[in-house]
Ligand binder design. Structure first.
Ligand code: NDP
Ligand code: HSE
Length: 429
């Protein structure tokens, strides 16, 4: 192909995603050029530590530890940021946008904390800021939400958007692996964040939930606005009890519109085995969208890992390059402020376990507490534990605030030895 337009790319970061992107461009660059008339040439690659062994060989002279020089290089047309973290990524992206260079990023942490500032800078300069890979890795989700579903009124989006935790829960369920063993494997496979606490405690999923809220519901939500609980308190017993009751435990990001307000949260949840999200295993992600006109949709695929994520980054890069050539810009989110409904005001069914002393009158005391707070038990089971008994119950839908007060009072009962981690039951409605 001789008449392809060459687009010179500056790459910031050459880890799991950056190295996979270089490899993908090497493999598919000719086909992309034939199909689009665009020849992507990665001319500079910024890394943190020059001497580090790389999974993919970078062209001699391209590697540098001066990321700012890459952004300021006037010969570079488009910047791809896959270094992660807030700084210096934020400053570098702003510098690129101010220099009128389109930017492609996979950095959900940054977008969920500094999104409005970055969108404004892109709008001011009239260039693209694309971020398909920031949510659900390789799954095309941002574009469908922003474009294909722009005319619908979305009610709720529920997603498994963290591959590491889905991998851990799957391994604990299916192979009886310990939490730590499964996490170590997820790290070795390149799914986990630099600090895996972000995965395990639900913060990575919270950042993605904030981005989904911004793109799909057009409201300003930052990562810190998202109520987040992780999976570190989930035990193998919770998993096997959930299975016995007909549920899978999944870490869900849930964004919903309720009476003109938005509710955004991340927590582990019991999902009925018949729900499509219950069947999502290993590091796969899935996002279940409920729209008024379109009905139910599910987006499914690889949400983590270098190559799937690089596939989404490359798609954005091709778009940014095509737009640059044609003097066009993709639409940017223009989120507005809205009340974010606090978790205390939300409603769901709950799964609760109580270890109680096995004596007459215990059930009456427990039922007295739930009745006092207006929490109604839907089903209950008792398992013998020698001196003690484990009460397992699932409630009807209750307000979070009432459930919290119920659990506090149950803890105070002399007959209750231990209250297990409560889990919300979702997806049955
Ligand atoms: P890695 O940690 O594997 O790679 C980060 C890269 O950035 C490394 O090459 C590192 O250099 C470089 N880097 C870090 N700090 C600097 C700096 N100050 N200056 C120059 N280079 C720097 O991360 P991933 O590739 O896994 O992730 C990249 C981004 O993609 C993150 O935002 C992540 O959240 C996002 N993402 C990742 C997915 C995944 O599955 N891995 C999926 C979806 C999104 P060096 O190699 O020298 O250490
Ligand atoms: N650490 C993230 C995950 C990478 O496990 O899903 C993809 O964003």
């Amino acid at each position: 192909m001789t008449d392809a337009t060459t687009i010179r790319v500056g790459l910031l970061g050459c880890g799991n995603v950056g190295a996979a992107l270089l490899q993908l461009i090497a493999e598919n660059g000719d086909a992309v050029a034939a199909r689009t008339g665009l020849r992507l040439e990665v001319v500079r690659v910024a890394v943190h530590t020059l001497g580090k062994a790389r999974p993919y060989e970078v062209a001699p002279g391209a590697l540098t530890d001066d990321a700012e020089a890459v952004v300021r290089d006037p010969s570079i047309d488009v910047v791809v940021e896959v270094m992660g973290g807030r700084e210096p990524a934020r400053a570098l992206i702003l510098a690129a946008l101010d220099a009128k260079k389109p930017v492609v990023t996979a950095n959900k942490e940054l977008l969920a904390n500094a999104g409005p500032e970055l969108f404004e800078a892109a709008a001011r300069s009239g260039v693209d800021l694309l971020f398909e890979a920031a949510v659900a890795g390789g799954i095309p989700l941002i574009r469908p939400l922003r474009e294909s579903l722009a005319g619908d009124r979305l009610r709720r989006i529920m997603g498994i958007v963290n591959g590491t935790t889905n991998f851990i829960l799957t391994r604990m369920t299916e192979k009886g692996q310990s939490f730590q063993e499964a996490l170590a494997e997820a790290q070795a496979l390149g799914y986990a964040e630099r600090d895996p606490t972000a995965d395990v405690e639900g913060l990575d999923a919270a950042a993605k939930a904030a981005i989904i809220a911004t793109v799909a519901f057009g409201v300003q939500v930052a990562a810190g606005d998202v109520y987040a609980e992780g999976i570190s308190a989930i035990t193998p017993e919770d998993i096997s009890m959930a299975q016995r009751l007909g549920y899978a435990i999944k870490l869900l990001a849930i964004v919903e519109a309720i009476d003109g307000e938005i509710a955004v949260r991340v927590h582990p949840a019991m999902v009925p085995l018949a729900h499509p999200l219950a069947a999502v295993r290993e590091s796969f992600n899935a996002v279940f969208v409920e729209g008024e006109a379109v009905g139910d949709l599910m987006f499914y695929g690889r949400g983590a890992g270098g190559r799937p994520t690089a596939s989404a980054v490359l798609g954005d890069l091709i778009d940014a390059a095509a737009n640059l050539r044609q003097g066009r810009v993709a639409g940017l989110p223009r989120p507005v402020a809205a009340r974010i409904r606090p978790i205390d005001e939300l409603r769901s069914a709950f799964y609760v376990t109580l270890d109680v002393f096995d004596r007459p009158g215990v059930l009456e005391q427990v039922a007295g507490v739930t009745a006092r707070h207006g929490v109604s038990i839907w089903k209950m089971e008792q398992l013998g534990l020698g001196e003690e008994a484990r009460l397992v119950f699932v409630t009807h839908t209750a307000e979070e605030r009432a459930m919290r007060a119920t659990l506090d009072d149950l803890r105070d009962l002399e007959v209750v030895d231990r209250v297990g981690t409560p889990l919300r039951v979702v997806g049955a409605d």
